[in-house]
Design a protein around this ligand. Structure first.
Ligand code: PSU
Ligand code: MN
Length: 306
């Protein structure tokens, strides 16, 4: 790891050095995934949720071209308010660093940074995946490729429901990414617990998830492990309702010709408006729930490794 590109927050550096559990968090959800001021509230609450479980949180972002592993309060607020923050996936990292830009890291970008810093567990809301009509648009999130290359476990509430979930699973299978349901036999679909798609493997405890990570990396198999944790029942949105809202949002995006990096943030924001804020509440609750599970997995993994 070439240190000149990094700034590791003291509490995080200490934890890594002492081999204590650390959980990485991404910043795209703050800068492009949720509106102000909820984004900052959530970013802080996520860190608190992880800290309450005796685990050190490390929110990752790029500020002035430096990869920050762990943000202080001022930096978190900057990421949640500045209007010119880029969105950095694998392809963008070298450019935003060389240009000394400010960028939020996506799942792919955060996985790369976490791995370089030695952090093995990362919590997000929902991963990117194969978009609907990808047969024509080729829009497949770089998150999926990253899961096949970078050794970090990702805890999410399933691929975002705006995607083609079946094609996303096919893609993960082709690229050899282990996928498990956390206390579920069905693939969770972000805003709701259900998708109608059976998930091939289930784990019921954080320790089982940690054992899978250990087995994978002990064998020298490259890539991540994807743990899908359903949104809590009380916040799970009605499937039919959310389906029609998502379809409407996708239609709007097509009419407006929205593509590339802008598509996911556009859809999340449009769905929030169409659902009168209900989807934002669901997004917040699911990511907080993932933080709880991620912290437990980090503890179990470090128990196995030490
Ligand atoms: N989870 C959320 N909200 C988000 C994201 C995840 O609850 O905004 C972000 C992640 O950073 C993920 C990105 O990598 O959405 C996917 O973007 P794209 O489809 O452009 O790859
Ligand atoms: Mn895309």
């Amino acid at each position: 790891m070439n240190l000149k590109y990094f700034d590791i927050k003291e509490e995080v550096a200490k934890a890594i050095k002492k081999n204590k559990p650390v959980v990485a968090l991404e910043s795209t959800i703050i800068s492009h995934g949720m509106p102000y001021p909820r984004n900052i509230e959530v970013a802080k609450k996520l860190e608190e949720t992880i800290r309450d479980r005796g685990v050190t949180p490390a929110t990752i972002a790029i500020i002035d071209g430096i990869i920050k592993i762990g943000l202080n309060e001022k930096e978190l607020e900057f990421m949640g308010t500045d209007k010119n923050i880029l969105k950095a996936s694998r392809m963008d990292l070298p450019i935003v660093i060389a240009k000394k830009s400010n960028a939020a890291t996506t799942v792919a970008g955060t996985m790369i940074a976490a791995n370089l810093a030695g952090i093995k567990v990362f919590v997000t809301g929902g991963i990117g995946g194969v978009h609907r009509h990808a047969q024509e648009t080729f829009d497949i999130s770089a998150d999926l490729q990253e899961l096949s290359k970078t050794n970090v476990a990702v805890v999410c509430a399933g691929p975002k429901a705006i995607l083609d979930l079946s094609l996303t699973l096919e893609y993960l299978e082709t690229f050899g990414v282990p996928l498990v349901g956390y206390q579920t036999d069905e693939l969770p679909s972000f805003y709701s617990r259900k998708s109608g798609i059976k998930i091939p493997y289930r784990v019921d405890t954080a320790k089982e998830a940690a054992l899978i990570m250990k087995a994978k990396w002990d064998l020298g198999l490259q890539g991540g492990v994807l743990i899908t944790n359903p949104i809590p029942e009380e916040y799970s949105m009605n499937e039919e309702e959310i389906k029609s809202i998502i379809n409407k949002a996708i239609e709007d995006s097509e009419k407006l010709g929205i593509k590339g990096k802008e598509l996911t943030p556009f859809l999340l924001s449009r769905i929030k408006d169409l659902s009168k804020g209900e989807s934002l509440q669901a997004n917040i609750e699911l990511v907080l729930n993932n933080a709880k599970v991620g912290a437990e997995i980090a503890k179990e993994f470090y128990n196995l490794s030490n």
